[in-house]
Design a protein around this ligand. Sequence first.
Ligand SMILES: [Zn+2]
Length: 151
Amino acid sequence: MFIKYDKVEAVNLDRMEQRRIRYSVREKRKQADWDALADLVKNHLKKVAHDVWSGETVPVDQIAVDFNPLFSWLGGRYHPRSLIDGPKIELSKKMYVSKGLAYLYSVARHELIHAWQDYHPDGHPPDTHKHHGRDFWQWVDTLDTHRYCNY
Ligand SMILES: [Zn+2]
């Protein structure tokens, strides 16, 4: 439900309740902003996957893109399709706020390589120790990203 400020003012609520409602309205707006940003990232990844790998090698439409408010030093994480609520790319809110959109896209492309590993028969499954190995870094330059997800 969306509550307008003037509606809130019209109702004679006590100050604490007014403050609580204002806060939740602000949080919802923020969430809408994060959702819109996740859509931008997803469109970017669709274009990259289409340009680099043909067809549905990496089906970006099936991969959720979301922000994790708990990531601080970690830019992003790929959550493989074998896990419950996977496949999913999680990105750091904090790192986006401090480093900006170009950084966010770059981390998302890094995670996209993990998705390639997850879907392509030549890729190591993302939960093995080799997940930043040769099959990973062969794509790093092409996707113009970094080899590690915490930079
Ligand atoms: Zn990684």
